[in-house]
Design a protein around this ligand. Structure first.
Ligand code: T4K
Length: 404
């Protein structure tokens, strides 16, 4: 990092630190030779999709890895969520965090279910089990927690609560592949869990997802739903959809699964690089991982406190973007402030103080196995430089924006 004065920052006319964009969540790519070998087999046997041999092999291997009885691969995480909602015949209202990806709320609305937004825990940023109690009504049929950044929800407390109230507990495990809760792999808690295997996830199938469950009857229903409701040739048993995973996607999954532990190790070293290099930067806190659980370390997340850092999160994002570092603000501003929810439920904001606070402070840095440790070190050095000169940067930004 060769910037000496703030005039060297790209936002003030200097050369960007990186010549080409460095993205948050650039896809990891596992064992490419493994992928091409599987892909060749697809063309040899001409089974391209419809629960083919590679999809079945991947389901079996994922069941073993996640220690769960059933894994139903899907076209993406959102179709997995939608199918699960149908398979359980959920209705009325479902409680979800607002601080999550928009797809959970959308999947509910597509089924005519009202998402009821719950606040998040200030430490883990996952659904606040305590806050959810007062949101349960006679119309509530389920709670869906998100294991945000791979850190588990308060599973035990939510399980007790849902069992007491006779409602389903589901988890969005999109961030949590390879992570544990009380030493057990995430994927086997609640009635069912849903993974996203999107390209930007630690384990991916280009696009894809899965529902995992120990409930065999539910799994059977999901398999039928995934394939238009077919129970047999010429026999349709229910209102289904098409959410199958094709063979080429499964081939990518098999290749990525073969190298998942190496991928996680690499994610961890990148995360450690950030944590060590940013240690002591005032007003910047790297989101903590639980010491007692396994994490995939895929997301490098931090919180910016403007009062101490000297710049707002958004100002830091602008500075980084101009350097070609595409840090993101996931999941700002929260689902409740996105349409159609903002118009439908204008009062939701009042019950979501933590969501608002975290949404204003969160920043996701480029991380994951596809990052070079050297690049992570460069990014950290730049952030440290900006933090040291925050006052000067803030005044120059104000002048630049015409407020100075
Ligand atoms: N629940 C949670 C908690 C989720 O995070 C998600 C998905 C879901 C459920 C739903 O699962 P899916 O139905 O998606 O399977 C991305 C992903 O599209 C989305 O899958 C993901 N969450 C979400 C957090 O991130 P965008 O709109 O931010 O994606 P995009 O295109 O900006 O990509 C992110 C970054 O990655 C970019 O900076 C560029 C880079 N990138 C991306 C792709 C696709 C690459 O370098 N190469 C690529 O191929 O939503």
């Amino acid at each position: 990092m060769n910037k000496k004065s703030i005039l060297d920052l790209a936002i003030f006319g200097g050369s960007p630190l990186f010549l080409s964009p460095v993205h948050a969540n650039r896809p990891n790519v596992g064992d490419v030779d493994h992928f091409f070998t599987s892909a060749t087999s697809i063309f040899k046997n001409r089974i391209l999709t419809n629960n083919g041999p590679l999809a079945r092999e991947l389901e079996e291997k994922l069941c073993r890895y996640l220690r769960v009885r059933n894994c139903i691969l899907t076209a993406n995480g959102t179709s997995g969520l939608s199918m699960l909602i149908k398979a359980l015949d959920l209705k009325g209202e479902v409680i979800i965090p607002s601080f999550t990806f928009i797809s959970t709320a959308h999947a509910l609305m597509w089924s005519g279910i009202r998402p009821v937004f719950c606040d998040v825990d200030p430490v883990t940023w996952s659904l606040d089990a305590g806050a959810s109690i007062s949101l349960i009504s006679e119309h509530t049929t389920a709670i869906i927690g998100t294991h945000i950044w791979g850190r588990a929800c308060d599973v035990a407390r939510l399980e007790n609560l849902c069992a007491e109230r006779g409602i389903h507990l589901l988890f969005d495990a999109a961030h949590a592949f390879g992570c544990t809760y009380r030493g057990e792999p995430i994927g086997r808690f609640g009635t069912a869990e849903v993974f996203s295997f999107h390209a930007t996830k630690v384990f991916h199938t280009f696009e894809g997802g899965a529902v995992t469950t120990d409930d065999d009857a539910l799994a059977e229903r999901l398999r039928k739903l995934r394939n238009f409701g077919f129970g047999d040739y010429d026999r349709v048993d229910m209102l289904g959809t098409n959410a199958k995973m094709s063979e080429i996607h499964a081939a990518m999954g098999l290749a990525n699964l073969a190298s998942i532990e190496t991928t996680i190790d690499r994610c961890r070293s990148v995360w450690e690089e950030y944590r060590t290099a940013l240690n002591g930067v005032r007003g910047l806190t790297v989101y903590a991982r639980s010491d007692s659980e396994k994490s995939n370390y895929h997301y490098v997340v931090a919180e910016i406190s403007q009062a101490e850092f000297g710049l707002s999160r958004d100002q830091l994002v602008d500075v980084l973007h101009s350097e070609n570092i595409y840090a993101r603000r996931y999941f700002y501003p929260g689902c409740h402030r996105a349409e159609p929810y903002r118009s439908l439920f204008p009062g939701a904001e009042a019950g979501l103080p933590q969501t608002r606070e975290i949404g204003e402070r969160v920043i996701v840095f480029p991380g994951g196995a596809s990052m070079e440790a050297y690049d992570a070190a460069q990014i950290c050095a730049l952030i440290r430089f900006v933090a040291d000169k925050a006052e000067e940067v803030a005044s120059s930004l104000a002048v630049k924006d015409g407020h100075g």
